[in-house]
Design a protein around this ligand. Structure first.
Ligand code: ZN
Length: 366
């Protein structure tokens, strides 16, 4: 059964933290007019057949024949409604992935979409596009960063058509700037071959990797900072502290923290909030957190402290650990990107869009 194959490769790739974390990434399979797509808020690592939403491909295709308003909120609301209307009977209580329309563009039977840190070392690098061209040529299609949802799907729709006209074949590997990779193939085996060949070529160019072993940190300061954070966030808060060598390096000064200050990809915005708080000395947490809250309208989830490392803070164990896991991923990306001209975060405009995007706030609540 096609759904068994879909569940199988979703769990397989979704369980590898080098490839995707938390609720990130998504997969799909096509069978005639039916497309099975990962439900929003599910996780690839443990998704079951029930986690997929059955959609009508022909109804999704109608979305690309329509014209939507330029206004972000109106466009996203209307295209989301059309997407929800493309669900098949019996799927009413499910919500398809935010990337469903994009999956529908590939004619291939299976689509695998992941956010591997190593691949994002290229997609989030200053010279990423040039490197992708150099390493893969026409085998890989590069899509510049843009607003997710309808805008991204529409750009991909046009770009995939152009690619097909030029290369007389369908694109099957797509790199999305500041986001991740899409792979399409008629067989499950083919997905893996393509993914690993892309990753092997990138790996061969990487000069440095992040060190997540415990670094030399100031234990007394770390404990006092831990207490300060718990006091500021209240007794319901859960703090995850990791004095990793790489986090200590980034926490060294304003210059080093600037390399990971702005988010590289949407997942980071969803699970870590867009920016960390950076503190050099004891006694500064309360002021810095309040300034952050005033500027952004929400609390931070990541606090970097010089000579201590990274603290994740949230109101559940899972939320706190996930924030640290996603920020560790960001540090990996920043280090990998050094091999491709240095890191290039998302634009402020794109970050603000994602912060306010209803689809992502739905995902983060799941
Ligand atoms: Zn994605």
């Amino acid at each position: 059964m096609i759904i068994d194959e879909l569940v199988g490769f979703s769990n397989f790739y979704g369980s590898n933290e080098e490839l995707v974390l938390a609720g990130g990434g998504n997969t799909s399979a096509k069978d005639g007019d039916i497309m099975y797509i990962k439900g929003s808020g599910t996780r690839l690592c443990d998704i079951t057949a029930d986690g997929f939403v059955k959609m009508s491909r022909s109804k999704i295709a109608e979305i690309f024949t329509k014209t939507y308003p330029d206004n972000d909120k109106e466009r996203e609301a209307l295209s989301l409604k059309d997407l929800m209307d493309a669900k098949l009977p019996g799927q009413e209580n499910k919500r398809p992935s935010v990337e469903t329309t994009l999956h529908s563009l590939f004619p291939q039977r299976f689509v695998l979409h992941l956010h591997p840190a190593m691949v994002n070392g290229i997609t989030c690098a200053k010279n990423g596009k040039e490197w992708a061209q150099k390493l893969f040529g026409e085998d890989v299609l590069w899509i510049d960063a843009c607003k997710p949802g309808y805008t991204l799907a529409k750009i991909c729709c046009d770009t995939l058509k152009e690619y097909k006209n030029k290369n007389t074949k369908d694109a099957d590997i797509v790199l999305l700037q500041n986001h991740g990779i899409f792979i399409a193939d008629d067989t499950v085996e083919g997905l893996g071959d393509k993914l690993y060949s892309v990753m092997a070529k990138i790996r061969a160019e990487i000069n440095d990797e992040s060190d997540f072993s415990v670094g030399e940190f100031d234990g007394d300061k770390a404990q006092e900072i831990f207490n300060e954070i718990s006091e500021v966030f209240g007794e319901d808060s859960v703090v995850t502290f990791e004095p990793s060598a790489v986090s200590l390096e980034f926490a060294e000064d304003d210059d080093s923290i600037s390399k990971v200050y702005k988010p590289f990809n949407p997942d980071q915005v969803v699970y870590c909030k867009p920016y960390p708080v950076y503190v050099q000395n004891k006694g500064e947490i309360a002021d810095k957190v309040n300034q952050y809250k005033t500027a952004n309208g929400f609390l931070p989830k990541i606090i970097f402290v010089k000579a201590c490392g990274i603290y994740g803070v949230d109101y559940s164990q899972k939320g706190s650990e996930t924030a640290v896991a996603l920020f560790n991923d960001a540090m990996k990306i920043a280090v990998f990107a050094e091999s491709f001209g240095g890191g290039k975060p998302m634009s402020d405009e794109l970050t603000d869009f994602i912060v306010n995007w209803e689809a992502e706030s739905y995902r983060s609540k799941q």
